[in-house]
Design a protein around this ligand. Structure first.
Ligand SMILES: [Zn+2]
Ligand SMILES: [Zn+2]
Length: 61
């Protein structure tokens, strides 16, 4: 699943203390299942890894 909102509404996952309902360790990239440096879309709540975000942002340049 790819998120179309990248660049405008995606933020790097904050500390788990700010998310009592789910810690970042339970998040994994919906594309490659990595849980390293998760990014969360603020619009559709999909989770992606930093590598995926970087690849998309490079495409947009
Ligand atoms: Zn990924
Ligand atoms: Zn999205």
């Amino acid at each position: 699943m790819e998120c179309p909102h990248l660049g405008s509404s995606v933020c790097i996952a904050p500390d788990s203390a700010k998310f009592p309902q789910g810690s970042p360790s339970s998040w994994c990239c919906s594309v490659c299942r990595s849980n390293k440096s998760p990014w969360v879309c603020l619009t559709c709540s999909s989770v992606h890894c930093g590598r995926w975000v970087l690849s998309i942002s490079l495409k947009n340049v």
